[in-house]
Design a protein around this ligand. Structure first.
Ligand code: NDP
Length: 264
């Protein structure tokens, strides 16, 4: 599994495991199963209410841990991160993200200033954002001169974010794909199924390999050891130009599953 170099000089595994909707009581078991199959990055958030279990799961490992600042804590980021660190049982997280810009609230620039200070204080080794559009990134960068290392956004074959992805590549910000499997919905797409058949692999592996081929970081969520093992093994699948062209053709303006960032 490869690493991606962030704009702050640190490295981050390209492939990680998502944990949204994994209950706190099951998170330690699922995370340990993921680490056993080769995952080295675990994505959680205060909003997922499973940081205690995730922390128990990564305890004693070298796993890269990401957590996120929830929307009602933009003016209270230090206390919010302290709560996350206590639940996770660590002194610092590898990556701390602003979960949503919530433009209607108008506090994401203030939150970004807090995150810059939290990185300086050593409580977050790298800092970034999630669900930011280019206009939100520009405002945060202009106010601080500090580039987010990562922007974690909805991205999957039916919603490929070509424009925002290009903007971030030009600006040296890593794009990390959330709901990378389209919450499972893209796995039955005939084009994906055909590519999977051609390579003798599973549809989920094809989709994960597609994200990695585009140079993205990707955090599929899986609840079972079988799915975790299958997803970890996607890292060695190489897609050809025909495969990439067929998946590029699945992009749709209407493919978004989650909320539109301006709507919050
Ligand atoms: P995903 O696109 O990762 O899809 C998860 C679904 O795919 C589950 O139903 C899972 O089933 C299924 N699945 C996983 N692996 C396989 C496989 N090999 N074969 C068949 N089915 C499979 O959806 P998520 O929405 O969970 O997104 C991933 C992660 O991104 C989240 O867990 C979270 O960490 C992050 N995220 C971040 C957001 C943000 O705002 N920043 C928003 C949403 C997500 P099963 O569980 O049964 O294995």
């Amino acid at each position: 599994m490869t690493d991606i170099t962030l704009n702050d000089g640190r490295t981050m595994p390209a492939l990680g495991m998502g944990t949204y909707k994994i209950p706190d009581s099951q998170a330690a078991t699922v995370v340990r199963a993921g680490l056993d199959t080769g995952f080295r990055l675990v994505d959680t958030a205060a909003f997922y209410h499973n940081e205690r279990g995730v922390g128990e799961g990564v305890h004693g490992s070298e796993a890269f841990v990401t957590t996120k600042l929830w929307n009602d804590r933009h003016d209270d980021a230090e206390a919010a991160l302290d709560e996350s660190l206590a639940l996770l049982g660590v002194d610092a997280v590898d990556l701390y993200l602003i979960h949503w810009p919530v433009p209607s609230q108008g506090r994401f620039v203030a939150a970004w200033k807090y995150l810059v200070r939290l990185r300086e204080a050593g409580k977050a080794k790298s800092i970034g954002v999630s669900n930011f559009l280019a206009r939100h990134l520009e405002r945060a960068i202009d106010a601080t001169g500090v580039m987010p290392a990562v922007n974690q956004i909805e991205l999957h074959p039916r919603f490929q974010q070509v424009e925002l992805r290009g903007w971030m590549e030009e600006n040296g910000i890593v794009t990390q794909s959330w709901s990378p499997l389209g919450q499972g919905e893209v796995l039955g797409d005939p084009a994906i199924v055909e590519i999977a058949r051609k390579h003798g692999r599973s549809p989920a592996q094809v989709v994960i390999a597609w994200h990695l081929a585009l140079g993205l970081s990707v955090i599929p969520k899986a609840g079972s050891p079988a799915h975790l093992a299958e997803n970890a093994a996607a890292a060695d699948l190489t897609l050809d130009d025909d495969d990439l062209a067929a998946i590029a053709a699945l992009d749709s303006q209407d493919g978004r599953i989650g909320p539109e960032p301006m709507s919050m």
